[in-house]
Design a protein around this ligand. Sequence first.
Ligand code: AP5
Ligand code: MG
Length: 214
Amino acid sequence: MNLIFLGAPGAGKGTQSTVVAEKMNIPHISTGDIFRYNIKNQTELGKKANEYISKGELVPDELTVSIVTDRLMQDDCKNGFALDGFPRTIPQAEALEKFLAEHGKKIDNALNIQVDENILVERLSNRRFCPKCNGTFHMIENKLTEEICPVCGAELKQRDDDKEEVILQRLQEYHKSTEPLIDFYRSRNVLTDVPPIIGMEKAIAATLKVLGIE
Ligand code: AP5
Ligand code: MG
């Protein structure tokens, strides 16, 4: 199945798409993760992307589209993929549609992960990630009393763009550039709204139900 996960920053795209991809045995492709990997390794792409990401702005479409289409050409995507955080603008969605059509494919489902906006800043401020095993956690939701990875024991870190002023800019970008994709995919009859649910297990269960996976 070819899936897209849409939603505001902190909606739970990463949390949900990782589980779905694993259950469906399809690759999880997060443009944010690809950029952060390149920033960490100080590649040319990383340096360029960081100019935008550090300010909460979107990386230019052309650069982002070429990274994703290159990734989708890889063999492991032939039975499906879960795109997390891409597309994020109408031009990206159009480029993806064209690319897929050229390869005889289409998007089967665009899951719109809804969230109450007033909890987003709290959610992102409490988010931590593990630089060793790549897990994402929430200090309160995961009942963590210290910043140590509950899976592998490494020291947890906070994303540079999870500072309040950058979060607010990311949110503005979401409303301006990404929210219009909801109507774009609705008009293609592939949009599924996933209602806002607090609690990771319940939220994941709701998404799996929508997709008909238990
Ligand atoms: P990206 O990494 O995609 O960030 P984002 O869209 O801002 O989304 P987040 O990763 O912050 O949130 P999420 O929805 O994945 O939530 P999560 O599951 O972690 O992009 C980063 C930047 O890269 C962008 O700002 C942009 O600059 C650039 N970029 C990326 N893609 C691009 C593109 N296509 N074009 C241009 N630029 C691009 O959950 C959040 C927290 O809540 C976690 O702590 C989690 O544990 C917790 N949580 C999750 N679900 C629940 C729940 N149901 N109940 C309670 N807690 C929950
Ligand atoms: Mg994410």
